[in-house]
Ligand binder design. Structure first.
Ligand code: SAM
Ligand code: SF4
Length: 337
């Protein structure tokens, strides 16, 4: 067996026998929106010297792929506001062994960049969209322009990605009455959609998370009179549970950290833009990969060893609770949601 094929055969396995084959990489904690559930209006961002360079991000990505990771998601903050991010995408998409490079975006830059993303090798896009009402959209995102995002989604559809999925965080009395229009919007355009229960990451002043909690089961109940949802065993390698709309074939997913814990099947880790490898979204167990890449520039073996070693501290699961203050003080934009 060649060295290359021996390397690609390696797998990352944690103490609980879970194989980690998916990494979500935050390429920036900065964003042009300030969504009410994600960050505060006056959020302080990571000072630039502490931010991983594109070369460091590419090296760490290669290390993961050589360790058996076959799916990488670039996220943030808003990944498309990072300068030259398309070059990073090209580098990652070309890694032998990687099956899928996917992006999560707020859609604000898609009109400009969708074609470049496709050419760079991005297969699938997740676009966040919580409301189809311009004023409500502006309020939830604290300044986002709905028409810009909808035009971005149209551009992405025209470019022809394998799949585009809408992500909607649903908050009671904020946008919960939009679940039917949002599914219609997705279905009419051949898009998939996932509904996300808000997670208690970071302290936010905007609302009380227990009061705005709207469960996946409530959403399914709201959809039931309008659509026939058939459960499926389909997975895209993430935490969504999927249903198919009999009427359209659209997939409707539910990401339900509170009502349907997904930790048993966890296959993923996250890298913050500071190079902190987070072993769990809802815990602080982490390894400092920036220190490794800066002390030994270009030394991929050291990065790989640090990643292998990190498997020993991957926690069993998150301990999200709605009734107490968050135990996780980092906000989603700093996490790589
Ligand atoms: N800016 C991009 C976007 O909005 O799609 C990518 C980063 S954003 C942090 C990734 C996803 O996390 C988005 O779908 C967003 O709605 C979701 N998100 C942010 N804060 C959240 C929270 N507290 N609970 C659940 N989902 C959250
Ligand atoms: Fe920005 Fe995405 Fe967070 Fe909204 S959810 S503030 S778009 S990073």
């Amino acid at each position: 067996m060649s060295v290359a094929s021996a390397t690609t055969a390696e797998k990352l396995v944690d103490r609980f026998g879970r194989v980690v084959d998916y990494v979500r990489i935050s390429v920036t904690d900065r964003c042009d929106f300030r969504c009410v559930y994600c960050m505060e209006p006056d959020t302080k961002f990571v000072p630039r010297p502490q931010v991983l360079s594109l070369e460091e991000l590419a090296l760490i990505s290669r290390a993961f792929v050589e360790l058996g990771v076959h799916k990488i998601r670039l996220t943030g903050g808003e990944p498309l506001v990072r300068r030259n991010v398309v070059k990073l995408m090209e580098d990652i998409a070309g890694l032998p062994g990687l099956r899928e490079l996917v992006i999560t975006t707020n859609g604000s830059q898609l009109q400009r960049l969708a074609g470049d993303l496709k050419s760079a090798g991005v297969k699938r896009l997740n676009v966040s969209l919580d409301s189809l009402d311009p004023e409500r959209f502006r309020q939830i995102t604290r300044g986002g322009k709905l028409e810009q995002v909808l035009a971005g989604i149209d551009t992405a559809r025209a470019v022809g990605f394998e799949r585009i999925k809408i992500n909607s965080v649903i908050l009671k009395h904020r946008n919960h009455e939009e679940v039917v229009p949002l599914v219609r919007y997705a279905a009419e355009r051949g898009l998939d959609i996932s509904f996300i229960e808000e997670m208690p990451l970071g302290v936010i002043d905007d609302h009380d998370r227990a009061e705005t909690y709207y469960s996946s089961d409530e959403i399914r109940r709201d959809l039931a009179p309008h659509f026939t949802l058939l459960p499926t065993a389909e997975t895209t390698g993430g935490p969504s549970r999927y249903f198919r709309l009999v009427e359209h074939g659209t997939r409707v997913g539910f990401i339900s950290p509170h009502s349907h814990n997904f930790c048993d099947n966890c296959n993923r880790v996250r890298l913050t833009v500071e190079g902190r490898l987070l072993l769990c979204l809802g815990q602080e167990h982490s390894v400092d990969l920036r220190c490794v890449v800066r002390e030994h520039p270009g030394d991929i073996e050291r990065v790989k060893q640090a990643i292998r070693d990190s498997m020993a501290i991957k926690p069993k699961g998150h301990e999200f609770t709605l009734t107490e203050q968050p135990v996780i003080f980092r906000h989603m934009n700093a996490t790589g949601g």
